[in-house]
Design a protein around this ligand. Structure first.
Ligand SMILES: Nc1nc2c(ncn2[C@@H]2O[C@H](COP(=O)(O)OP(=O)(O)OP(=O)(O)O)[C@@H](O)[C@H]2O)c(=O)[nH]1
Ligand SMILES: [Mg+2]
Length: 380
């Protein structure tokens, strides 16, 4: 066993797991809960309220309809800037018209497809909007825009309801297996997840289960050094099962709270890859019967609908519990979240908003949709 890095600090002693509560992970009772800090932006923008009050009377009415629902997430807003400034600002402007007409629906559908919402899901959203406008006899385009936002939120929430309950138990490593096609951002997402769990006071260990390329092992080792997290790795070409076995043993022996396992993402050996992932699960379960407690599929936002097709193949072969959408910052196609939610039905838990370990945002439907429509300081 070749350990690339030693732990910077010993994990918490058995039975005294520190840490808080990620929205989708339940910590067993008796564990001290620590909530993440509230971003500065949540504390309000008095200046913007004054600006709002100075607006002409009519504009104020529209702003009253179309305001933020959720607390802002500055990081997510920055990540979604390209999408917001592009297609979604056009969608917002689309509703700045005198009356709701057929052109509104047609243009909306086209813009949603441009944002990578996908053809089917765009049609569904427009059809739902049209039905509700008719049923509730809505005349005001601003009110219709509000309905669109509600429909978008509920589409995302439908997938969030498929979330399984995950328990972080004292003295038992919480194993996260990260899977996805090559190049989507798995290893970078692993580094982000390590930092995310560290912020909750949890001790983290990484396992270099992608033995296909030497560079993949080195990349994980570098992240381990940067984050002061031990990395369990073998030589290139070694058996990923042996790496995972060693990592499970080490995590248990050292009372590690969270073990994150990197995996290979080759598609040209698809059958073998899927068989390998199944084998890794079985090896994990020898030490922890319900491992991996979280299996995260990483999707590259920049590949759009192609990424979705690959993701479907993965989720047909492996039981995926969560989705992380990486590289949202590099694209104007933030609409991918809607087609992912609709087509896969798997809850989206994280979005990657950059290449640094801190560039990870938790996914919450309301916050996400608000970030598509409002930038920093807007929508209050
Ligand atoms: N802008 C941006 N780049 C990212 C993000 N996540 C990953 N990347 C970059 O995408 C490239 C691929 O990321 P990796 O983490 O190596 O992807 P991988 O899935 O592990 O790749 P393989 O190991 O080859 O299968 C790297 O250059 C990362 O820096 C993100 O959220 N935003
Ligand atoms: Mg990798």
């Amino acid at each position: 066993m070749n350990q690339r890095a030693e732990p910077g600090s010993p994990g918490p002693p058995r039975g005294t797991l520190r840490g808080g509560r990620a929205p989708h992970i339940h910590v067993l009772p008796g564990v001290r809960a620590r909530l993440p800090p509230i971003p500065l932006a949540c504390r309000g923008f008095p200046g913007w309220r004054t600006w709002n009050q100075r607006l002409p009377k009519g504009a104020n009415v529209i702003l009253k309809f179309f305001r933020r629902k959720a607390q802002p997430d500055v990081q997510l807003e920055q990540g979604l800037e390209k999408t917001r400034r592009g297609v979604f600002s056009e969608i917002t402007r689309l509703f700045d018209r005198a009356a709701i007409d057929e052109a509104l629906y047609e243009d909306l559908e086209m813009l949603l497809i441009q944002a990578d919402v996908g053809w089917d899901v765009s049609q569904q959203l427009v059809a739902e909007l049209r039905a509700r406008v008719q049923r509730d006899r809505i005349q005001d385009p601003a009110a219709a825009r509000e309905i669109l936002r509600e429909e978008m939120i509920s589409l995302l929430e439908a997938a969030q309801r498929n979330r399984t309950v995950k328990i972080l138990q004292r003295g038992v490593p919480f194993v996260i297996m990260v899977v996805g096609v090559n190049g989507v951002g798995k290893t970078t997402t692993i580094a982000k997840l390590a930092k995310y769990h560290q912020a909750f006071g949890r001790s983290v260990m990484l396992a270099a289960g992608d033995t296909f390329r030497a560079a993949a092992i080195d990349q994980l080792a570098i992240w381990g050094e940067r984050l002061d997290v031990p990395v369990i790795a073998h030589q290139q070409g070694g058996d990923p099962g042996a790496v995972v076995f060693d990592a499970m043993q080490a995590a248990h022996a050292r009372n590690v709270d969270v073990l994150i396992v990197d995996t290979a993402g080759r598609l040209h050996t698809k059958h073998n890859l899927m068989a390998e992932l199944t084998k890794l699960r079985k090896i994990m379960q020898k030490t922890v019967p319900d491992a991996p407690q979280e299996t995260i599929l990483v999707i590259d936002a920049t590949t759009g609908q192609n990424g979705l097709v690959q993701a479907k193949e993965f989720s047909n072969a492996v039981a995926i519990s969560d989705i992380a959408i990486a590289k949202l910052d590099g694209t104007a196609k933030g609409g991918i979240a809607f087609s992912v939610a609709k087509e896969l039905g798997t809850p989206i838990s994280y979005v990657g908003t950059g290449e640094k370990a801190a560039d990870l945002a938790e996914f919450r439907p309301e916050t996400y949709v608000d970030s598509l429509f409002f930038g920093e300081g807007e929508g209050f």
